[in-house]
Design a protein around this ligand. Structure first.
Ligand code: MAN
Length: 554
């Protein structure tokens, strides 16, 4: 084992200059020229270990294929210190000059390992010992040319990507402007329709009042259009009430007649008791006999006006009736497409309801469907007069147009607050879908839409709906990238809801590069899109990944 000399060995030149002579001061093999000053021999011809300068070794021990410094900095050109933890050594590796291409560092454990590592050291300088007879001739000219060509192609690809990005941004600006313009126009229309609804409501109210007055003046029954049941009910009410009135009058009349009869009988009774039979007046005698016959044949008062009979008469006369119980039931609404809502999950109902309302409104507007009849306001309301009906239909169709315009307006307003990515670029890609086969499945994703996994039988599995973006580290290209998130997909058997994350890289084309199920029911897509080329331009990397950039040490 060599000893470490801490003494300085005077190897200064005769002229006292510090200029190196021969190999002692020639740039050590494998050293990045940027560090040459650190390896300039001191006047005592020693080298100070880079991170432990208190440890000095004779300059002759640099690159002697023996690890002397605890940080390994004395062996920039051999693998002697390759066993040390790389974090101890500030040198990035063996420096290959790669003249004609880009210089690079190769890890020390690959120096003199008997393999030509041309992908890093195109000049073959890492195999300077010729271990096992290996020869690695310099291929930098050819490799450099190919690399420059590839870099140029990549640059062009990124340039097209950036141009495509700019076009997308322009399109997005227009699309956003379109939404803003629509909002302005719709706000005006909503106001106009609000006014119209108020106007039509007032018109209808007025017409209804006029109709009432007209009916009253003409004596019209207003029965037109009533159901048979309603007519029968109205008829029965009217008749029963008339009979009750008549019965009451008859009862009164009978009471009056009874009083008169009583008075008359009283007179005749008095007459019979007080007449003088001695006068022998034949007329009086006949009258008294007739009176006695009458009394003999007369039905008793109790027989005619028994208390039960009187009570039943009074009941009949004053009986009140629960007519409401006999009112016809309100007509069941005609089943139509609206009935479908009842079968939908509650969260879907308002959406489907709005869609159906909009569809109905459009059909009504185009005259393809009759407007909905308004619900009767009271149970007894019969059919409306054609004029009132028209006004009611008109009002209801205006109200429904207003409601769909309001829905559209609030959808547009919330659209403006949505995150469409930098410069709202994803607005232009809305519903653009890309798919690719991977393993036994075909995967797809739609911008701002849904990610899907299809199997060979044509069955498809919902992997998630678009929920937004986030930045994540893509370890393949060693940089942060934009990731589109698709979440709340079909629940995995015995697992989570499926989700997919699309890691984007810049390119002019929308393309899926790979898909992997990184953990159960979590899918990682790697895809290209011009939508992220703006980030590349902003970072000024011109398409060079951090990995590549790191390799390029100047
Ligand atoms: C299906 C696919 C797979 C998933 C399993 C989980 O086969 O969606 O990707 O891992 O279900 O059961």
């Amino acid at each position: 084992m060599k000893s470490i000399l801490l003494l300085s060995l005077p190897l200064a030149l005769a002229d006292g200059s510090q200029k190196p002579i021969g190999d002692a001061w020639a740039l050590p093999r494998g050293l990045n020229p940027a560090l040459s000053e650190k390896y300039r021999p001191s006047s005592s011809q020693t080298f100070s270990c880079l991170t432990k300068p208190e440890i000095q070794i004779p300059i002759s021990l640099v690159n002697d294929d023996f690890c002397d410094c605890p940080d390994g900095t004395d062996e920039p050109g051999t693998a002697a210190c390759a066993h040390l933890n790389t974090s101890l050594n500030p040198l990035k590796g063996f420096y290959c000059q790669n003249k004609g291409h880009a210089p690079a560092h190769i890890p020390f454990n690959r120096v003199n390992d008997g393999i030509c590592d041309y992908e890093v050291c195109c000049d073959g300088s890492d195999e300077w010992m010729g271990v096992g007879g290996i020869k690695c001739p310099d291929r930098c000219e050819e490799i450099g040319k190919e690399a420059r060509k590839a870099a140029e192609e990549k640059r062009k690809l990124y340039e097209t990507g950036i141009r495509a990005y700019q076009k997308l941004v322009q399109k997005a600006v227009l699309a956003k402007k379109e939404v803003e313009d629509k909002i302005v126009a719709l706000t005006g229309e909503v106001k106009r329709y609000e006014g119209l609804v108020e106007e039509k409501k007032a018109g209808l109210k007025k017409a209804e009042e006029e109709e009432k007055l007209r009916l009253a003046a003409s004596g019209a029954t207003g029965d037109e259009g009533k159901s048979k049941h309603q007519k029968l009910l109205d008829y029965s009410k009217e008749k029963l009430s008339a009979h009750q009135d008549k019965l009451a009058r008859l009862f009164e009349e009978s009471q009056r007649l009874k009083d008169e009869l009583e008075k008359t009988e009283k007179i005749l009774k008095t007459f019979k008791e007080e007449y003088n039979p001695n006068f022998n007046d034949e007329g009086v005698k006949r009258a008294v006999n007739a009176w006695e016959d009458y009394l003999a044949s007369k039905t008793t008062e109790e027989e005619v006006w028994s208390s039960e009979y009187l009570a039943s008469l009074t009941d009949l006369m004053y009986e009140s009736h629960q007519w409401d119980n006999y009112e016809p039931e309100e007509e069941e609404p005609t089943p139509d497409a609206y009935g479908i809502e009842a079968f939908l999950p509650p969260f879907l109902r308002p959406i489907v309801h709005d869609q159906l309302s909009n569809l109905r409104t459009s059909l009504v507007e185009y005259g393809l469907l009759a407007p909905r009849k308004p619900k009767a306001t009271t149970k007894t309301t019969g059919a409306l007069s054609p004029h009132i009906q028209k006004l009611t239909d008109d009002l209801s169709s205006t109200e429904s147009t207003l409601s769909s315009k309001n829905t559209e307006l609030s959808n547009l307003q919330s659209d403006l607050t949505k995150d469409y990515g930098p410069e709202s670029v994803f607005r232009s890609l809305k519903d653009v879908c890309t798919e690719a086969a991977s393993g036994e499945y075909t995967y797809s994703f739609c911008h701002l839409g849904r990610a899907t996994q299809k199997n060979r039988d044509g069955g498809s599995t919902h992997l998630g709906d678009w929920t937004g973006f986030e930045r994540r580290f893509d370890d393949e290209i060693e940089q942060d990238v934009t990731v589109i998130k698709y979440e709340r997909g079909l629940r995995c058997w015995n697992g989570p809801e499926r989700s997919a994350y699309v890691y984007l890289r810049c390119s002019a084309e929308e393309q899926i590069l790979s898909v992997a199920e990184t953990e159960k029911c979590v899918y990682k897509y790697v895809a290209t899109s011009p939508a992220v080329c703006g980030e590349v331009a902003a970072e000024g990397q011109e398409g060079i990944s951090m990995g590549e950039a790191n390799r390029q040490v100047n």
